[in-house]
Design a protein around this ligand. Structure first.
Ligand SMILES: NC(=O)c1ccc[n+]([C@@H]2O[C@H](COP(=O)([O-])OP(=O)(O)OC[C@H]3O[C@@H](n4cnc5c(N)ncnc54)[C@H](OP(=O)(O)O)[C@@H]3O)[C@@H](O)[C@H]2O)c1
Length: 337
């Protein structure tokens, strides 16, 4: 069967995915609300990946209604978790029931939302970082592939066919350890709230020492939590190997500093930072990432004091009008208070 995609949501993940599909010659339409559809459709889109232009000025096939897309086999939903329910309602109303939905949100919220609306759902984890540099120009930092799977299930032919098709456009793989992968990614995503609190100043040299302390503590708490909840170390995780995470919490920081420096250089602007800093929005995925992990910690009775303080601080700071970032040193001092 030939696959025909609707990409729902023209943000960072959606527009870049559409541009990769376009460049590969796959059938797709990028769905956006009317004003955004007009803006994206009128401007050529480029992607700069790790410093190189990999998509150079393509004009995307953008749509602002769904009901005419009856040939679509898959709808890839790229809205944030807090818009997911609304997106599902609209898709359900506009498209045939047998369409396969693919949810690319970080975390596990989509695993409870999508099955309430659709009978066929596939999930994806983007192990890469994309963001808008300026209108029509998207940055892309590679950490790994787009990973597809279904929670607690092996990889069936439908997931495999989707991955094989998408792999023509961008690195795409499947996983039969999907829940382990999602949860490992959630722990890595805790760093999004930290880099947002400090206004994306993580690449400044004086941020290195305090951030190493914070990230080491968060990773250690995270690994303890995942183990207590019965998850296993996953292949694509951007977390260091769990044994190293455990050891590093006992080692003097300077020993692992060169490794940490390299790791932090890989962090671009995250989608949480784009919500809070760039868009000045009060909506963020704080609850579906940090909040979910804290609930898991409560259920498994694992102590996660650093994650809890960061969550509380984000709740407080993200509400501020306007949002004011702190430095990494100020953050470290507040976390110790
Ligand atoms: N960006 C990354 O590097 C990255 C990496 C891994 C995972 N993720 C995950 O991927 C998901 C998407 O992230 P993102 O960074 O692409 O977010 P984003 O840039 O905010 O894009 C989401 C898009 O969805 C659109 N949208 C929301 N509701 C809509 C509706 N009812 N109709 C049409 N469009 C709608 C939004 O439009 P408006 O702007 O008009 O509201 C926005 O353009 C998140 O769960 C994120 O955690 C992102």
């Amino acid at each position: 069967m030939k696959l025909n995609f609707i990409v729902y949501g023209a943000g960072a993940i959606g527009t870049t995915l559409a541009a990769y599909l376009h460049q590969t010659g796959l059938d797709y339409a990028l769905y956006a609300r009317p004003k955004k559809a007009l803006a994206i459709g009128q401007q050529a889109q480029s992607i700069i990946r790790d410093g190189q232009t990999v998509v150079d000025g393509v004009t995307l096939n953008v749509i602002d209604t769904l009901s005419q897309q009856t040939d679509a086999t898959h709808i890839i939903i790229t809205v944030k978790n807090y818009h997911l329910e609304q997106a599902c309602k609209q898709i359900k109303k506009s498209l045939p029931n047998d369409i396969t939905v693919v949810g690319l949100q970080n975390g596990v919220t989509n695993q409870t939302v999508l099955p309430r609306y659709f009978s066929k759902a596939i999930y994806g984890i983007a192990f890469y970082n994309v963001w808008q540099q300026q209108p029509g120009i998207w940055g892309h930092k590679d950490h790994g592939p787009l990973l597809l799977g279904r929670p607690n299930q092996g990889v069936d032919t439908e997931v495999q066919q989707l991955a094989t098709t998408l792999a023509k456009a961008l690195p795409c793989e499947t996983s039969d350890q999907f829940q382990d992968e999602v949860h490992g990614k959630l722990i890595s995503n805790l760093s999004n709230s930290v880099t947002t609190l400090i206004g994306n100043s993580h690449l400044q040299s004086d941020a290195l020492k305090p951030l190493q302390k914070i990230f080491t503590a968060l990773s250690y708490e995270g690994v303890k939590l995942l183990q207590a909840a019965g998850f296993r170390q996953a292949k694509h995780s951007t977390l260091p190997p769990w044994l190293l995470v455990r050891i590093s919490s006992y080692l003097p920081d300077f020993i692992l500093r060169p490794m940490f420096r390299k790791k932090i250089a890989l962090i671009g602007s995250t989608s949480m930072a784009q919500d809070i800093i760039d868009k000045g929005s009060k909506d963020s995925e704080l609850d579906s990432i940090n909040g979910y992990l804290l609930e898991l910690a409560e259920q498994t009775q694992v102590s996660t004091p650093m994650a809890k303080k960061i969550y509380q601080l984000c709740q407080q700071q993200f509400k501020q009008e306007p949002f004011t970032a702190m430095t990494a040193q100020q953050l470290w001092r507040q976390l110790q208070a």
